[in-house]
Design a protein around this ligand. Structure first.
Ligand code: NA7
Length: 540
């Protein structure tokens, strides 16, 4: 189809979630013409789309917000320890209003392609409405978990009931009353949606393939005194979370689990269980490095599941076997308790696999289950998935997708840039620490680093910046080495790409922590963007 070029910008940003909104703000403040394109009809990104019942953040709300504006920090107050999706979405709308961001965002428009033009040194960006714009900088804020994965089950088209993927939930409330509901998947999403649906539906069938470790969120309303203290001390807290491993003020205790007696361990684990949230993985320093250390905590969680779940046969089906915390640790409210409800059935689809979706429901190799509603909590094509939905082409028309298909899953420099793609920046890209951390800390750091870089280029008359092939090779190798020193790479998950058929396996996440990572990025910038080629205007 013919495209019509309508405008030129300094920068085009993909998405109006946490990343895109802040990128627009920073670039506008710095005086660059910027336009963000967003497929949804409102701001929020994943928090706009994930409206399923029970959707909640797994990072404590008080640290899951922007920190760039003191005024904003003081004005906004979260209601509970872990914020629910509607509250997070209200926050994002509040931010968009406060900083008048919507005027630089075009909603209901999806970017379909971005091609680098080597003659003009500009990006040509095409939209799904047939229009096209050009920009000097192309910046993606597409999120890491925004490309929904729906397994290709035979017969889904024939299903006579309603079906939804959790990440594309309808805006109108789904009514589960009196319905027979099936949920496929017991990852973080399944663990949140299952207890919520169980309270409403007539019957709930959970189709579980891999049992999950999940520990109590111990969610509660926030105490006004705690809020006041936190707000009063936010600059110190901010420093702490920026220097931390995970982007929260918590650090793993500097002690090996194997140095404690079994009784002492039990006491420490119990205490962390009561504290809830992400306390358990932080009880000892070696839990994700050493198999024997990991087994102690894995055993503890399994014993808790046996305690909670009344029917021993159901409890046995729920026993997780992978290394604890080598998938993103899941926290819940009444997840295992839900299996004690009379209206809930756990179906082990590892033992009898799902064969097809039928007009009336779902058939496993040994049974047919009649369903009115089917919910896919089947996850995402993480990290690269959202980028690959756009046809991104750099020098010589080379596609990003093809570049990253060769041998390794990804190759980036710092998770921000990739060789062959000048003036292209990824916010929370593959091989950055983002997805294993508090995304907000990673997002702010990336946005600020990118905005500073673009300002540096303006000040120094630099036309293009591009990662050097050897720099990205070094970074990808470093990421892999750090990952290989842990147990993470020994578990199949969306981290490794094992959850998506035909996806090359890898480990495209930097596990060195947000603090050390920030230092590395700052050093690169301080050395005049070491590892990048900077090409200036040539005046003849
Ligand atoms: P996850 O963590 O990838 O979980 C997806 C779940 O769906 C998981 O239990 C999968 O089982 C299951 N699944 C996927 N495909 C199938 C098929 N074909 N049959 C049966 N079961 C299947 O995604 P979430 O959305 O829960 O969470 C993603 C992240 O979002 C989360 O970590 C937070 O950071 C936010 P499997 O384990 O593959 O056997």
């Amino acid at each position: 189809t013919e495209t019509k070029e309508v405008a030129n910008f300094d920068a085009v940003v993909v998405g109006a979630g946490f990343s895109g909104l802040y990128m627009v703000y920073r670039l506008r403040e710095a005086g660059f013409s910027t336009r963000a394109y967003e497929a949804g009809d409102g701001v929020g990104g994943v928090w706009y789309w994930n409206r399923y019942p029970g959707a909640r953040c797994d990072i404590e709300s008080i640290y899951y917000n922007y920190t760039f504006s003191d005024e904003l920090l003081q004005e906004w107050t979260w209601s509970s320890r872990y914020a629910e999706q509607p509250e997070i979405l209200s926050y994002l709308n509040y931010v968009a209003d406060k900083f008048d961001l919507r005027r630089d965002i075009q909603f209901k428009t999806r970017i379909t392609a971005a091609h680098y033009n080597e003659t003009t040194n500009r990006w040509q960006i095409n939209m799904d409405d047939g229009t096209s714009v050009s920009a000097k900088y192309f910046i993606t804020g597409v999120g890491c978990l925004s490309a929904a994965s729906i397994p290709t089950f035979k017969g889904l088209d024939s299903f006579e009931g309603d079906w939804y993927h959790a990440g594309h939930w309808p805006h109108d409330k789904v009514d589960f009353q009196g319905k027979r509901v099936g949920v496929i998947g017991t990852g973080c999403t399944g663990v949140q949606v299952i207890p919520a649906i169980a309270q409403e539906a007539d019957r709930l069938m959970v189709f579980q393939r891999t049992p999950q470790y999940s520990t109590p969120a111990q969610n509660h309303p926030l105490d006004p005194e705690f809020i006041r203290q936190t707000k009063d001390n936010y600059s110190a807290i901010k420093r702490q979370i920026r220097e931390s491993f995970m982007g929260t003020p918590y650090m793993p205790r500097d002690r090996s689990v194997l140095d404690d007696t079994p009784e002492e361990r039990q006491r420490v684990f119990e205490e962390a269980w009561e504290q809830g949230g992400q306390a358990l993985p932080f009880t000892y320093k070696d839990l994700v490095f050493d198999e024997a250390a990991n087994e102690t905590i894995a055993d503890f969680v399994r014993s808790k599941i046996r305690e909670i779940v009344v029917d021993p046969a159901v409890a046995e089906k729920l026993m997780p076997k992978y290394y604890f915390a080598t998938k993103r640790p899941v926290i819940d409210t009444n997840y295992f308790e839900t299996y004690n409800r009379e209206n809930v059935t756990l179906v082990d689809v590892r033992q009898a696999a799902i064969q097809e979706i039928t007009p009336k429901g779902l058939r496993t190799s040994d049974m047919e289950y009649e369903l009115d509603i089917l919910v896919f909590a089947t996850g995402y094509d993480a990290m690269t998935g959202p980028l690959f939905k756009i046809d991104i082409r750099g020098r010589d028309g080379a596609a990003l997708k093809e570049k990253w298909a060769e041998g390794a899953q990804t190759r980036t420099y710092l998770g921000i840039a990739t060789a062959g793609f000048p003036n292209f920046f990824m916010i929370t890209g593959p091989e950055s620490p983002s997805v294993v951390t508090n995304m907000l800390v990673s997002i702010e750091q990336h946005v600020e680093w990118i905005a500073d870089c673009i300002q540096y280029m303006r000040e120094h008359g630099v036309e293009t910046i591009e990662a050097k092939a050897e720099a990205e090779e070094g970074w990808s190798k470093h990421c892999r080495e750090v990952a290989d020193s842990t147990l993470y790479t020994k578990t199949d998950s969306w981290y490794t790409g094992a959850n998506i058929a035909d996806k090359p396996l890898g480990f495209p996440i930097y596990l060195g922590g947000v603090g050390p990572y920030r230092q590395i990025c700052n050093e690169v910038a301080d050395k005049g963007y070491e590892g990048f080629s900077l090409i200036s205007f040539s005046i003849h």
